[in-house]
Design a protein. Structure first.
Length: 494
C-alpha cells in the first residue's frame, strides 16, 4: 500500500486503484446530489463578463475572452439536470476544477484582488481586495528563489474531490489532475497570456494558497498555478471585463454547503497530502518505456507544419469554443500532411517543454492507415520529431478492449498514449511529481484536442482502462504505466 518510509507514493496510489477486468465494483450514482458545475458565493455580487457571442472565436482579445475561452460554458443541454458543456473536456463530464485569479496592482500602491471565475453565470466573484503595501503578496505563496516581483497575475486551478469521486471514488485523483492539465493548457495557450512571460508552477505552498482562497481543504485543493508577468493595472483589467448588457446562463442552485456534497474521501486526501511537500528538483532520468528495441525510425517533422504556439489567436479561440469529445471515428486513411500537422500541435511548446522533460512523461502512438507509415505501436522521442516503431500491426482493436471495451477506440486512426515510469518519478520528485506529471499529460492532451479540432478531426480522452492489461498489451517495462490516452482521427461529420 505504501512506499518506503510509510509514505504513500505515486506508484502505490496509481496501482492500488487500477481497474481490473471483472473487478470493478459498481456503486450507486446519487443523481439527487449530482456534482455542481460551479461554486456559488451567494449573496456576493457577481461582476458579469462579456461572454463569447459567436462560434468562430472571431472576437477582440480581452480578459473576459481569456476566461471564457479557458473554462467557459459553450452550450447547455437542458433536462432534469442541466449539463453545461465547457471549453475543456472532463472525465465523466464532472468538472471538478475551479479557476481563481489573483491580480496585483503596480508595486507603488500594491493592491491585490482575488476572484473566483464563475463559468455558468459568466462572471467574476471578488473574494478579497486588500491593500498590501510595497510587497507583492503572491511572492509569499511560492517556495524557492524564483523572481516573482513582476508577477501581477496568478491563475490558480483547484479541484473538488466530490465532483470526480461521485463516480470514480478513490481513482478520482488521477482524473482531477488530468482535468487540471486540460484547463491549464487552455490558459497558457491564450494569445493574451502568450504575450507575457508565463510559468506553470507547482512550487507553491498548498496551505497558503488554500488560505488565500479560503478553501475547505477537506473538499477542495489547489493543484496548479499559472503566474504571468502581466503589466496592466487592476482597474484596467476589471473595468474591461464589466459589461452588464450580456445575457448569462441561468444560475445554479446554491446547494454547495449541503452535507451530501461534503463527503470525506480519505484515499483522495491521503494521496493529495502525500504530494504537499515540495517536489524533488531532480529531472526523472530517461528510462526505457518498453523492454523491446525499436524496429524502424520515422522522422515526423515537416517544414510546412506549425505548432499551436504559432496558430493565430482567433483561430485557436475558435477551436477552444468548438471543441467537443467526438467518438464517431471512421476508418479513412489520413494524409501525411494531416497527421504531421497534428504531431506538430502535440509539440510541447516553450511553456511545457521543461515540465514534460523533468517529469519524464513519454508519448506513444497506436496508429492505423497513416499515409507512408506502417500500422503499429510507436514511441515519440522527447521532441516529438521522431517515431520509433515498437510493434507492427493494427493494435487499435486490442487497445479498445483493454480500455474497458470502448469499441470506438478501435476505429480511431491515432491513439496517443501517455506513459510514466512511476518508480523513477517517485524517486526523483516524490509524490508531488505525480501531480506535475499528470497535469503535464492533461496539458499535452488538450493540445491534441485543439489540434484535432483545427484539422476537423475527432478527438476523445480515455481515462477508463484496465491498467495492467494495457501495460501487458504494449509490453511496458515493469514500472511504466499507461496513465492517459487520447484518440484522434477522421470522424463522420453530421
Ligand atoms: C481525463 C479524461 C478522461 C476521459 N475518459 C473518457 C473515456 O474513458 N471514455 C469516454 O468516452 N470519454 C472520456 N472522456 C471524455 C469526457 O467524457 C467528455 O469530456 C465529457 O463528457 C464532456 O463532453 P465534451 O468533451 O464533449 O465537452 C474523458 C475526458 C477526460 C478529460
Amino acid at each position: 500500500m505504501t512506499a518506503t518510509g510509510g509514505q504513500l507514493s505515486a506508484r502505490s496510489y496509481h496501482w492500488d486503484h487500477a481497474h481490473i477486468r471483472h473487478g470493478i465494483t459498481p456503486h450507486y450514482l446519487d443523481f439527487e446530489h449530482y456534482p455542481l458545475p460551479a461554486k456559488s458565493y451567494l449573496p456576493a455580487e457577481i461582476i458579469p463578463l462579456e461572454t463569447h457571442d459567436n462560434q468562430t472565436g472571431d472576437t477582440p482579445a480581452s480578459f473576459a475572452h481569456l476566461l471564457s475561452h479557458a473554462y467557459g460554458v459553450t452550450r447547455v443541454r437542458r433536462g432534469q439536470i442541466p449539463f453545461y458543456y465547457r471549453t475543456v473536456p472532463s472525465a465523466g463530464g464532472l468538472y471538478p476544477c475551479h479557476l481563481y485569479l489573483s491580480i496585483t496592482a503596480a508595486a507603488d500602491n500594491a493592491e491585490t484582488g482575488v476572484y473566483y471565475y464563475e463559468p455558468v453565470r459568466s462572471g467574476l466573484v471578488q473574494l478579497r481586495q486588500e491593500k498590501t503595501g510595497q510587497n507583492n503578496p503572491l511572492q509569499q505563496l511560492f517556495a524557492g528563489e524564483r523572481e516573482l516581483a513582476d508577477v501581477r497575475l496568478l491563475f490558480i486551478v483547484t479541484a473538488a474531490f466530490y465532483n470526480s469521486a461521485w463516480k470514480y471514488r478513490a481513482r478520482a485523483y488521477r482524473y482531477m489532475l488530468l482535468d487540471t492539465g486540460h484547463l491549464v493548457r487552455n490558459i497558457t495557450l491564450n494569445p493574451l497570456i502568450r504575450a507575457f512571460a508565463c510559468n506553470t508552477a507547482f512550487d507553491f505552498d498548498d496551505g497558503k494558497v488554500s488560505d488565500l482562497l479560503n478553501l475547505n481543504s477537506a473538499a477542495e485543493v489547489p493543484l496548479a498555478c499559472v503566474s504571468v508577468n502581466w503589466d496592466k493595472s487592476v482597474p484596467d483589467i476589471v473595468a474591461q471585463t464589466v459589461n452588464h448588457t450580456r445575457p448569462c446562463f441561468p444560475p445554479v442552485d446554491d446547494r454547495s454547503t449541503e452535507a451530501a456534497y461534503l463527503q470525506d474521501y480519505p484515499e483522495l486526501r491521503a494521496i493529495h497530502s502525500a504530494g504537499i511537500p515540495a517536489a524533488g528538483q531532480v529531472p526523472v532520468p530517461e528510462t526505457a518505456v518498453t523492454d523491446d528495441r525499436p524496429e524502424t525510425v520515422f522522422s515526423v517533422v515537416s517544414e510546412s507544419t506549425r505548432s499551436l504556439d504559432e496558430v493565430p489567436g482567433p483561430d485557436l479561440a475558435g477551436c477552444m469554443i468548438r471543441r467537443r469529445s467526438r467518438r464517431n471515428f471512421i476508418t479513412s486513411p489520413v494524409t501525411a500532411g494531416a497527421y504531421l500537422q497534428l504531431f506538430a500541435c502535440l509539440s510541447p511548446g516553450r511553456n511545457l517543454r521543461d515540465l514534460v522533460r523533468d517529469t519524464g512523461l513519454r508519448v506513444g502512438l497506436v496508429c492505423r492507415k497513416l499515409e507512408g507509415i506502417d500500422d503499429g505501436f510507436y514511441l515519440f522521442d522527447r521532441q516529438v520529431a521522431v517515431l520509433h516503431l515498437m510493434h507492427r500491426g493494427n493494435l487499435a482493436p486490442m487497445l479498445a478492449s483493454v480500455c474497458l471495451d470502448q469499441a470506438w477506440i478501435g476505429q480511431a486512426a491515432m491513439n496517443f498514449l501517455f506513459f510514466s515510469d512511476l518508480a523513477a518519478l517517485d524517486t526523483a520528485r516524490g509524490p508531488r511529481g505525480y501531480r506535475e506529471m499528470m497535469v503535464a499529460a492533461g496539458m499535452l492532451a488538450q493540445q491534441i484536442y485543439l489540434g484535432a479540432e483545427s484539422l476537423a478531426m475527432g478527438c476523445c480522452g480515455i481515462g477508463a482502462m484496465y491498467d495492467r492489461e494495457a501495460a501487458d498489451l504494449l509490453g511496458l517495462s515493469s514500472h511504466v504505466a499507461l496513465v492517459y490516452a487520447v484518440s484522434a482521427g477522421p470522424v463522420k461529420r453530421r
